[in-house]
Design a protein around this ligand. Structure first.
Ligand SMILES: [Zn+2]
Length: 61
């Protein structure tokens, strides 16, 4: 057994940041118009991150 012991990870207090929104809870996406969303406009909009639902924390499973 190795002498060095790894300290137990304290992840209860600090969850990982959401990879999609970088922990901000919001994502910036290009506004697309048209029935197939095939045409991108120059505008960008901020919307709620659907990965973490705005919490900024990486989803756990
Ligand atoms: Zn997120």
């Amino acid at each position: 057994m190795p002498a060095a012991k790894k300290p137990a990870a304290r992840r209860a207090h600090r969850p990982k940041k959401c990879p999609d929104c970088k922990g901000t809870g919001e994502i910036t996406e290009t506004v697309r118009v048209g029935p197939r969303k095939g045409r991108a406009t120059a505008d960008q909009q901020t919307s709620l991150c659907l990965t973490c639902l705005g919490s900024g924390d990486a989803p756990t499973d």
